[in-house]
Design a protein around this ligand. Structure first.
Ligand SMILES: *Cc1c(COP(=O)(O)O)cnc(C)c1O
Length: 355
């Protein structure tokens, strides 16, 4: 007995965990600076931590009212109906739900390269196939309507990432709308705003109120610091929002995740501090790291270092973990997550010593 042909599938390569690296290098976990997975430098909101503790005694029940409350709360904030919020096990789970709801076997999707690996993975799991559009270093990794549409051939889903991981570039709301306008009626444009909170640009969510061919992905993993809880959502059109009931894994987001999510939404100052510090760190990296960097709207900066895997390994030996972007198709680069002021300064010092 064997699984189906999985030869086209690849394993997701996550940034390395501190525990892993500490064990391998025989270093103390506490002294490591982990800037490889775009996690929140300040940890979760203390309010979310309280909520996790407070609701621990209730985890024998299925998450019903908490999920309903969270969908309501998010819908209120975004001025959509709660049915338009598809809660999921992380933003990745929300990508899966869109694949489940949209893809017929053999249909194609269009993904950015370099880009977030999970778009293509999710499409393949759902019996789709994957085409790519390039985001070119030669163009400063800008994302242009023409550059994307040039590669479009009636795919069922077109993925846009803004701010884009790992380059940090953005797609304007006007450009998202143009792409939706220029693509077929049966093409869904998914705009992934996993790092939306870090950007000064407006969200594409208002477009979802007017059009049925755009969906927005958001997550609690980054600005809210809840990556370990796995909580994200899609904001979808009212026209087909009810498909959620047919495609979602029952109780898609856990009781604890929903409670923590509700509490995190109430902690505006945690998000504010996170976003402000990331903005400071980006500037610090552009100004002080002795190599080419690209302007980023996320909580990370892409940097050109010649040999990403060597620099990453050398920095790790000095206790600084950054992301080698070889798996993104950029072996000459690394991606540095914005840390606290202290962590960011130390990372820049270590990297400058190696460059
Ligand atoms: C982190 C990230 C996500 C979502 O991650 P989850 O932890 O599953 O919420 C989605 N898209 C991009 C580009 C990301 O970097």
């Amino acid at each position: 007995m064997q699984p189906r042909d999985l030869s086209a599938h690849v394993a997701y390569e996550a940034g390395r965990g501190v525990g892993e690296v500490a064990r391998e290098l025989g270093l103390d976990e506490e002294t490591l600076i982990k800037l490889s997975s775009n996690e929140n430098a300040f940890g979760p909101s203390p309010k979310a931590v309280e909520a996790v503790k407070a609701h621990a005694p209730m985890v024998h029940t299925y998450p019903k009212s908490s999920a309903a409350d969270l969908r309501e709360r998010l819908a209120d904030r975004l001025s959509v109906d709660s049915g338009q919020i598809w809660l999921a096990n992380g933003g990745d789970g929300a990508l899966d739900y869109l694949s489940r709801a949209m893809l017929r076997p053999g249909e194609e999707v269009l993904v950015p390269t370099p880009g977030f690996a999970y778009y293509g993975m999710s499409a393949r799991y759902h019996h789709g196939s994957v085409n790519e559009y390039p985001i070119e270093k030669a163009d400063g990794f800008t994302q242009s309507v023409d550059g994307i549409l040039e590669h479009y051939s009636d795919e069922r889903i077109v993925y846009l990432t803004s701010p884009h991981n790992p380059t940090g570039s953005e797609v304007s709301v006007a450009d998202v709308e143009t792409i939706a306008e220029e693509t077929a009626e049966e093409t869904l444009v998914v705009i992934d705003e996993a790092y939306g909170e870090f950007s000064a640009s407006p969200s594409a969510v208002p477009l979802v109120r007017e059009r049925d061919d755009i969906a927005v992905i958001r997550t609690f993993s980054k600005a809210h610091g809840l990556a370990g809880l796995r909580l994200g959502y899609a904001v979808v059109s009212d026209a087909w929002a009810d498909a959620y009931a047919r495609v979602n894994t029952p109780f898609a987001a856990s009781e604890i995740a929903c409670r923590a999510g509700l509490a995190a939404l109430d902690d505006a100052s945690h998000v504010e501090r996170t976003v402000e510090t990331a903005a400071w760190a980006r500037e610090y990296i552009y100004e002080n790291l002795e190599c080419q960097t690209w302007e980023s709207a996320g909580n990370f900066v892409l940097c050109e270092v010649d040999n990403g895997s060597e620099i990453t390994a050398a920095a790790q030996r000095e206790g600084v973990i950054v992301r080698d972007t070889t798996s993104f198709g950029l072996p000459e680069c690394i991606r540095i997550t914005c840390g606290t002021r202290e962590e960011t300064k130390r990372a820049v010092e270590v990297l400058n010593g190696l460059l």
